[in-house]
Design a protein around this ligand. Structure first.
Ligand code: GDP
Ligand code: IMO
Ligand code: MG
Length: 424
């Protein structure tokens, strides 16, 4: 069977966790392929909210297997925190959670290096979640990292010490004020490592291959969004992994010709948390309303998310890079009550009107060109079928489908699992 992908098309927080949870009933295996605890995936059902950082969003379904793939970076401390929360809810994760031996481990000093690097950048900081993502992927590509499989070897603690000592000298090199108590951090880290070691480690590429061969269905769950991709995002204001479709191939060991459906997920408007360009960002009452009604605060850091109109130039680019086959539109309910909606369909770039994403989208280079559409009043959150949609919402959806040339098959009208409408 082919492996289906679900990916964020904007700057993250599109609602990936919610839709993966909704789709899990159709799959045997849910697999994360990149990122780490910089992600915050929110699921809401039975009146309760759950936030997952590293654990795949299929974990609440009894019959799904959840795989943390080789492309993921794991912070054992945060991972243990997630497991503790699952335990509190009597979720039996031991059978259903598998971890790739090739996944890299975030050390306490990776987090400190992240903080030092950001502090040293001053105003130019990335706005990182400070979870140690950048430094851990740097050690991965620098061929210095410690992997989950290393925990099964007798000398891993010596390797840990060598790397942590090196990190300490790098932190000193940054010459910024960072207060820390490494002994304390290490105590917590080693306790969490023991918990991690009690889980099932696997050679995940072999597992994924055999699963495909035997007809098991697999959904790969993306983290972050396409515009945060290390290659195709708004560099340097990006994360340190490939968040796009190709990342699923390298992050799970899936061959490119074995990719099936690619679900591209986007908000009906745009948000971004952290620094970096955002052409359609709003600094007025409309942006404030989106943030307030949409509760736009980060699921991992609690930071306020910047809000703006939907950007079709950026969205088209993300669809192209990922080969999106189906679109999922989230949070349309947040736009109820806006008299006029704007959609950016082109940029004015160096005196020209262009419809593709150029190399540089800093505010001094691009100005969005908007198409205005009539908004709708109706509350969407109680709707259960697309036949109930107001005409203006249908116009909005049809316009996007025409521009993007991809069908919008899911429209989400609220955070709950049940507030999900499938369109034919
Ligand atoms: P992810 O990182 O892509 O999984 O998304 P996050 O969980 O970080 O952010 C999405 C936020 O929007 C969460 O608080 C969700 O509960 C919420 N959400 C998801 N879909 C909808 C929707 O259709 N309407 C509303 N109002 N909220 C939604
Ligand atoms: P999910 O999976 C939104 C952003 C950070 C920062 C930049 C780099 O929940 O959609 P990093 O910690 O990776 O060094 O941060 O990327 N960022 C996210 N923004 N959603 C996320 O994940 C994000 N993960 C990282 O805010 O701008
Ligand atoms: Mg999130």
């Amino acid at each position: 069977m082919a492996v289906d992908l679900l990916l964020g098309l904007q700057w993250g927080d599109e609602g990936k966790g919610k839709i993966v949870d909704v789709l899990t009933k159709n799959y045997n295996i849910i697999a994360r392929f990149q990122g780490g605890p910089n992600a915050g995936h929110t699921l809401v059902f039975n009146g309760k909210k759950h936030v997952l950082h590293t654990i795949p969003s299929g974990i609440f379904h009894d019959d799904a297997t959840n795989l943390v793939g080789n492309g993921v970076v794991i912070d054992p401390v945060i991972f243990k925190g997630e497991l503790d929360k699952l335990e509190e809810q009597d979720i039996d994760y031991r059978k259903s959670l598998l971890i790739s031996r090739k996944a890299h481990i975030i050390l306490p000093t990776h987090r400190l290096l992240d903080a030092a690097s950001e502090a040293a950048k001053g105003k130019a900081k990335i706005g990182s979640t400070l979870k140690g993502i950048g430094p851990t992927y740097m050690d991965k590509t620098g061929r210095n990292g410690i992997r989950v499989g290393d925990l099964e070897l007798s000398d891993w603690k010596e390797r840990y010490r060598t790397l942590a000592d090196k990190h300490e000298s790098m932190i000193a090199f940054y010459n910024v004020e960072i207060e820390y108590d490494l002994a304390n951090l290490e105590e917590e880290f080693f306790k969490a490592i023991d918990v991690l070691k009690s889980l099932t480690f696997i050679d995940s590429e072999e597992y994924v291959y055999q699963a495909q061969k035997s007809g098991k269905t697999i959904l790969a769950e993306g983290a972050q969004g396409s515009l945060l991709d290390i290659d195709f995002g708004t560099y340097p204001f990006v994360t340190s992994s490939n968040t796009t479709a190709a990342g699923a191939c390298t992050g799970l060991g899936v061959a490119p010709n074995k990719i099936g459906e690619v679900f591209g997920i986007f908000k009906a408007y745009t948000t971004r948390v952290g620094s970096g360009p955002f052409p359609t960002e709003l600094f007025d009452e409309d942006g404030e309303t989106m943030g307030r009604v949409g509760h736009e605060f980060g699921a991992t850091t609690g930071r306020r998310r910047r809000c703006g109109w939907l950007d079709l130039v950026a969205l088209k680019y993300a669809c192209q890079v990922n080969g999106v086959t189906q679109l999922n539109m989230m949070k349309g309910d947040v736009l109820s009550g806006f008299k006029t909606l704007k959609v950016c369909t082109a940029y004015k770039y160096k005196g020209e009107v262009i419809e593709h994403l150029p190399y540089n989208i800093e505010p001094e280079n691009v100005e969005p060109v908007y198409t205005e559409m009539k908004g709708w009043e109706a509350d969407l959150t109680t709707m259960t079928d697309a036949s109930q949609f107001p005409k203006e919402l249908n116009d909005y959806i049809n316009f996007l489908e025409k521009e993007l040339e991809i069908p919008i098959t899911i429209v989400s009208v609220g955070p709950d699992r049940k507030q999900t409408i499938f369109r034919n």
